[in-house]
Design a protein around this ligand. Structure first.
Ligand code: UT7
Length: 318
């Protein structure tokens, strides 16, 4: 993973916004979040996470066949952020492209990588979740700007032979465009190009229907978790660690109740980073491994809901 150094605390937000540390912590679990500096972007955060992943895996940039960057805050409209990452890290052999599934991006990216690796088409596929959410916040809207942060996480999938089911057991992804208005950045491009109206109405900023999204997050993250486990002939009893999308601590607590999986089996780091969209799960995965919460042989369940709506789950045997 890689996170910008600059920390924005709830106390900092209290100075510019009609909010309180107490409200933010009680309603979301967030204490602070990271904010990218001017010279940072999704590509630079993603490239730093990529370098860390390569070191961790003992691989070189030349080993990579494909780089998938999952982001909803790309550096520019085009070319893809993945091409910038490829250039920065010097992965000259790799094909590179972005996918857009917002907070679900990493699980959607994993599902693509899984197919390339399982089919034998590619040997090493890198999936990066990288976001600079701070660039699309309305910093006067307390209902959204307190929730999000910047950061990046990366994973490398490699083909290995195994007699037991291991690695990514399966991924499960879904979409429902009927709720596309729940979380949306409505302007600044095609439908509503940049013009004075779009700027005045902050159409380039995230708008969110918080409560509707909350309800769908609980419902879909729980449903898809069960779907994923049943597909593999597993039950919630078999799960060692759940690595959920970190959007709101209360969503995670409610999913824990619905699944009847104790909260201490959930890895939670939302207090430090807020919601980093597509970067949230790979950052949490990295910290769960580093902290020893995920051990060799463990079964992990990833689960997420994001704008689109999109949602998904993955089961990983380490
Ligand atoms: O990553 C994609 C998925 N994203 C999510 O899953 C986000 C899902 N939604 C949520 O996490 C929650 O709905 C929020 C955290 C966004 C909001 O929490 P809530 O408990 O649903 O609060 P609310 O929107 O019902 O607002 C309750 C009150 C309102 O005041 P009134 O109208 O009752 O007087 C808000 O204006 O809290 C007020 N409020 C705040 N007060 C202080 C909203 N934001 C803030 C704030 N500080 N930052």
């Amino acid at each position: 993973m890689y996170l910008p150094e600059k920390i924005l605390t709830n106390a900092d937000l209290e100075k510019t916004l009609d909010t309180s540390d107490e409200w933010i912590q009680t309603r979301t679990g967030i204490q602070e979040r990271r904010i990218a500096q001017k010279d940072e972007a999704s590509s630079t955060l993603g490239a730093n996470a990529a370098k860390n992943a390569l070191n961790d895996a003992g691989l070189t940039p030349e080993d990579l066949d494909l780089i998938i960057v999952c982001t909803s805050t790309p550096d520019v409209l085009y070319p893809s952020t993945a091409c910038f990452v490829q250039k920065i890290i010097g992965a000259s052999r790799a094909a590179a492209y972005d996918i857009s599934a917002v907070c679900s991006g990493f699980v959607f990216g994993l599902s693509i990588a899984e197919q390339f690796v399982k089919s034998g088409r590619y040997e090493h596929v890198m999936v990066i979740g990288a976001e600079v959410n701070s660039r699309i916040m309305d910093w006067t809207d307390r209902k959204t700007c307190v929730l999000f942060g910047d950061g990046a996480g990366a994973a490398i999938l490699k083909r290995v032979e195994s007699s037991e089911p291991s690695g990514i057991l399966s991924t499960h992804i879904h979409s429902d465009g009927n709720h596309s208005d729940f979380l949306i950045v409505p302007g600044g491009i095609g439908r509503e190009p940049v013009n004075n109206d779009a700027v005045d109405n902050k159409m380039y900023c995230l708008k969110m229907a918080g409560q509707s999204t909350f309800k769908m997050a609980v419902k879909r993250m729980s449903e898809v978790s069960v779907e994923c486990l049943e597909y593999n002939g597993l039950t919630t009893e078999d799960v060692d660690v759940v690595v959920p999308h970190q959007a709101n601590r209360r969503i995670i607590e409610t999913v824990s109740q619905k699944l009847n999986v104790p909260l201490d089996k959930f890895f939670i780091n939302i207090h430090k980073y807020g919601n980093t969209s597509a970067a949230s799960i790979p950052i949490a995965l990295h910290e769960a491994r580093e902290s020893g919460k995920i051990q060799q042989g463990n079964l992990s369940l990833l689960t997420v809901l994001g704008a689109g709506l999109t949602w998904g789950a993955a089961a990983i045997r380490w």
